[in-house]
Design a protein around this ligand. Sequence first.
Ligand code: BES
Ligand code: ZN
Ligand code: ZN
Length: 491
Amino acid sequence: MNLNIFTKLSDTAANTLIIPVIKGERPSKHVIGAKIATAIENILPSNKEGKPEIAQAYLQNGQHLLLIPIENTVQPYRTYMKLGKKIGEILKKKSKSTCTLIAFESILKEKKEVNLTTSFIEGLYFGSYQFNNYKKDHTEFEITHLEIIASSVKLKTQLEDKSAVLKTIFNNVFLAKDLVNTPPADLTPEVFAKMIKADQKTNFHVEILDEHALIENDLNLIYTVGKGSENRPYLAKISYQGNPHSDRNIALVGKGVTFDSGGTNLKPSGSIETMKMDMAGAATIYALAKLIRDLQLPINVHTYLPLVENTIGTTAYRPGDILMSAAGKTIEIFNTDAEGRLILADALHEATKTDPEIIIDVATLTGACVVALGSFCAGLFATDTEHLHKMMSISKDVFEDVWPLPLFEEYASRTKGSNADLRNIAKQKGDAGSTVAALFLKEFVGDIPWMHLDIAGPAYTSEPHPLLGTEGTGFGVRLLLNFITSEFIDN
Ligand code: BES
Ligand code: ZN
Ligand code: ZN
């Protein structure tokens, strides 16, 4: 999508005109031009309320006119995001679109920097996403040009700066979505690891540990969970040095189970079909690392992506096995379907080694989190409340909802073993499952501030999310970008 911002509406050649209209009002001719103002008269009903729905019409020259009803006061960002998504979905029915959009700020005569139009564009990106890689007959859709009419030079400059960033953001959000949507036979740990390696650049160093390196480095949990599959396990490590003179750094960890069959504790029909999405945490962190690099953010980031396939078979690990972790703690296996916390335990321990200011992990960890918060909201666990509140507030703005869940010390004993130091599931099955899983992870982060996002719900949705869409959502990329920017970059 090429974006151009103008301060005057001249005769546009775009095939689509998108115009926000305050409910019950007529947009000023000054902003939208006399020709469109006349055309609108024929579409808008005369009643005071205006049309509640998006109104569509075609002008005599064939231009597609879309009128978006808005309130006359500034609404939360998600309102404009949802509108953008709807418009993206309407446009997607065509093969190509060139659009002219009147900035929301211009219509509302809003002088402050409020990000309404940029929120709308975010929605437009999400609404226009398609996953066509496996379809023979399809029309590839693209908004090739978007021109925005801004009423002031100040707004024009703001939109220019932000729209370039949005383009980079959505390249990577779409990468995360594509990876989650890719079938598990085509995105094995090896394919994923090679893809990451191919991305290596000067300040974006990639180290791939194969199964031999996993054994050599005592990353036994990652090795053991992955050893049952012909598709061998890996750990991908990325180091981005955006501020080489500083030793301050952030560690990011993402669960990368390319297919979770449950292993010997095989998942039943109804639960197994979507388990290609169990690498969404790794997809999010990988896309985020690339995004941080593409934006050349002045921070140092280390990412750890354990990549395995959790499969059933004679070489797979079993209930009853006792495994040694990289951290030196032993774990008795009671359920091979609680595999995510095992590979994350080794990855989190590895992440402590650069003495990061914070470790953040993202994982499709527990079905219990979906039961608690549904498929539009992630569970958030944090060792300090300041980070937690910041993440909550950012989550609201970016429309990637998170809600806090507790790390009750009183439940920590449920992760303790009798034959081994730890057990991978609690005896109290079905009781605070997400918290117990998080407490298990906490055993491996030492004293480093830590946040854990359980994205089992929002990583992949069957019911369309009002912004993020259906199936792979890319959840977490924008959320963490904004969190990291606001927490670690002085503005
Ligand atoms: N990958 C699943 C969690 C999951 C469930 C993600 C639904 C997305 C949607 C995870 O590995 C798992 O199977 N967890 C078990 C843990 C249980 C055995 C304690 C679960 O949630 O049932
Ligand atoms: Zn599992
Ligand atoms: Zn899993």
